[in-house]
Design a protein around this ligand. Sequence first.
Ligand SMILES: NC(=O)c1ccc[n+]([C@@H]2O[C@H](COP(=O)([O-])OP(=O)(O)OC[C@H]3O[C@@H](n4cnc5c(N)ncnc54)[C@H](OP(=O)(O)O)[C@@H]3O)[C@@H](O)[C@H]2O)c1
Length: 336
Amino acid sequence: MSRNVAKRKRIYLKEKPAEKIGAEHFELREEDVPEPKVGEVLVKGLYISLDAAMRAWMQGRTYRSEVDAGVVMPGLLLGEVIESRDPSLPEGALVEGDMGWQDYAVVPARSLMRRKAMKPLTHLLSAYGITGRTAYFGMMDIGRPKPGDVVLVSAAAGAVGSLAAQMARMAGATVVGIAGSDKKCAYLTETLKLDAAVSHRDKRFFAALQEACPNGIDLYFDNVGGEVLEAALFLMNERGRVVCCGAVSQYDAAPGPTPGPRGIPGLLVVKRLEMRGFIVMDYAARLAEADGRVASWIAEKKLAVPEDIVEGIEKTPQALIGLLHGENIGKRIVKI
Ligand SMILES: NC(=O)c1ccc[n+]([C@@H]2O[C@H](COP(=O)([O-])OP(=O)(O)OC[C@H]3O[C@@H](n4cnc5c(N)ncnc54)[C@H](OP(=O)(O)O)[C@@H]3O)[C@@H](O)[C@H]2O)c1
């Protein structure tokens, strides 16, 4: 046996939040590491992907089954096989899978996907993971920005938004980003070279957005829903398109109907708007296309991939809570 590990750290969802999520809803437990059975492997976790939608998984059924209290918090984990009882995954293989928040996982080999190592390894969870693929298909396949379009992206300093916004800029559009602080807005215009940025925490948010989009909006890439979506709908041009990627403003709340946006019937009908939702796995057969385009943009230095690495598995709950409060610039990942 090549391992030298007897105990592992696992973070459980202790209790489902009734309203806002807090550290008290999680519990870190130290447990024995079981022996893998035939067909299983022992994986040493390297990086945990944090995704805003993890909070929505606790609210009810989404694109995956609801997460209940009493389980190891699920989530994508990138790790290395350190013991194998399945010939398809030898020791040393780099793998990813929904292994959850734990530093050592014993799982069926067939539940994992093998990945090729790259530098930096974290790009497997950002540029070449759900984040990059969501940005690519949402913006390039559904949004289809054209030169001259005005494109608005919300949560534009976040993981998906920062990549989607840059893709629209590469397509020749005028791109306006929405983020939650002046610091993030400066990052969007100065580092990512967006044409303008507006803070949704600005008391004058709607007026500032209107000033940033004097000719209206042709395409809105919506990551947040709620009031920001409502504001964007009012500024959409006729026959504009709205890509519904997510609704993070509504995740950290009690389950059930969510407020707003108001005015949808009048706005959608009169402006002949098109709104389309999608889930990245709808594109499972085309992931190589996204990875290939992203790789060439990175190689040509046209696409920056911001990452926000938090160190230490113990910090994972706080890192998710912080993500929902907008602490991150780019893809938040926990380094175990
Ligand atoms: N459709 C799909 O297949 C798919 C796949 C992956 C992700 N997504 C969606 O993509 C979106 C972004 O997810 P991510 O994992 O990349 O997270 P992220 O953008 O890195 O982080 C979430 C960001 O949302 C912003 N935010 C939080 N509350 C807000 C509010 N009330 N109003 C406006 N902004 C708020 C925060 O930034 P600020 O400082 O700017 O507030 C925060 O940084 C989510 O809606 C997620 O569900 C969809």
